[in-house]
Design a protein around this ligand. Sequence first.
Ligand code: SR1
Ligand code: MG
Length: 405
Amino acid sequence: MEADYRFLTVDEVPGYLASVPALAERIDAGRLVSVGEIGDGNLNLVFLAKDADGRGVVVKQALPYVRMVGEGWPMTPEREKHEIQSLLAHHALVPELVVEVLHHDEGRHIIGMEDLSDHQVWRHALNDGATHDGAAAAVGRYIGAVAFGTSVFGLGRQELADAQAAAINPELCEITEDLVFTEPSVDAGRNEVLPENEPDAAALAADDTFVDAMGRAKYAFMTHGEALIHGDLHTGSVMVRAPQGSTVADSVKVFDSEFAFYGPVAFDIGASWANYVLAASRAFAMGDDARGQWALGLVDQTWQAFEAEFRTRWPERVDPRVWRDSFLEERIAAWRAEAWVFAAAKMSRRIVGAAKVTDVQTLPPDLRVGAARGVLAAARAAVRVSGDRSATAFSELCGAELVRH
Ligand code: SR1
Ligand code: MG
């Protein structure tokens, strides 16, 4: 461990804030009214400090291991560099949709960020039955802006090479390769399901079509360095806010991009779709079919906004001489098809794998069984369908499986 890499504590936060000019100008460190550790993710420490004027900042520190497991699962704390680099690059493209970075402490792997405590983690809001209309479209617009602006279409050759070199992130990519593509069907000792779901997990592992699809998807993930993708774009990586009494989001902020690297554009699309299916599975399990259908509708909202954003930026592409409009149509169709399979991977890992989601885990066990079974059936069905179908077809197919189970 580096000499100055000490773990931040609640007691230390006031002094830390006072010592960092970029943070001290955003909060009165001498008049703090609260400091708390609020991290609820799988990996990091996250502190929120508020002052007497209601101003706040967030300080996040990467640990040298996976928080949800402990020191037995080491993980590079250097991941904070990838988070910072990607947040800055993405913020430059769509500042209104990405959390603002205020400070970077390389030695201690700490990031200072704007306070979003007037927002909610979108997964929590979804679990609570809130809608935040417009959030799914905002996510799609973010993916589209990043897909264009960090790729060969939006960057000059040297700038692209520099960005690619800075974004090499093998340790975190390997976690995704293992947990998302391999382990749903090949248990490495980390999988767990309810006893009633063991036959469902076994059927997934024995499904040659599914395993072959995961092999192709893993290959694409490891070789298709198309854009500086978020890399972990689930509903826990998005903050949402709506005015009191409104169902419409007035602010949506993407954060937590430590898994960022040059990867397939469709991986972020598929990640969002998978999490909408998980939200839908919760609603159907609770007997709220209207809510389930609403959650499935988010799939097309994200897709349409992604496509619109990419098409809007397309006239500005670096080399229109050979990247003609026919190529745009090819890319859009290819990304939509790939998103089906990435979504299947992402939804299945959240049911059988090491890192689960509260959408399903907080259901009573008798309801969880059916929700988990439905999600695994949807994942298996999705990889069987030909690649030229719409986002709406994806959500209809998933909905049919969720309702059936
Ligand atoms: C060991 S890390 C487990 C998961 O947490 C993160 O949010 C990623 O999704 C990762 O796969
Ligand atoms: Mg995360």
